[in-house]
Design a binder for this molecule. Structure first.
Ligand code: ZN
Length: 136
């Protein structure tokens, strides 16, 4: 069902500060910065092998990332797994009683379909599923 870890999302107060750590100090390369308006975040993407690090800065004090940092401080916010058929996986998890934040897919950074599971169902870890269809 899960193909690989697509990315790890890290909540940061300031993208510039975070990029100076991950890019300048750790030597990763930022492949782009994108604002996802409906999620109130700016996302910097840093590919690492087949996966990515996503640095997430809130664009509003009301945003999920701002509230996360207020409660827990900066750090790992979510893990995103790649799946083939997102609708199918969501239906399967619903049948198994998994609580979902998104009852159906929505569009995330990069224009791909995503859905979040509720951390209550996954041992406190916020899990994102993102659809990646194999090219044919
Ligand atoms: Zn994500």
């Amino acid at each position: 069902m899960f193909k690989k870890i697509n990315h790890i999302g890290i909540a940061v107060k300031n993208l510039g500060d975070a990029l100076s750590v991950f890019q300048d100090t750790l030597g990763m390369t930022c492949s782009g910065i994108e604002e996802v308006e409906d999620q109130l975040v700016k996302v910097a993407c840093l590919p690492v092998g087949e996966s990515k690090i996503e640095l997430l800065e809130s664009t509003s004090p009301e945003g999920n990332i701002a509230r996360f940092i207020e409660k827990k401080g900066e750090g790992i916010h979510h893990i995103a797994f790649e799946v083939g058929d997102l609708e199918g996986v969501i239906e399967d998890l619903k049948r198994k009683g998994v609580q979902l934040i998104d009852q159906k897919p929505r569009i995330g950074a990069g224009g791909i379909k995503i859905a979040f599971l509720h951390p209550k169902s996954t041992k406190g870890v916020l899990v994102e599923l993102c659809e990646h269809k194999d090219q044919d």
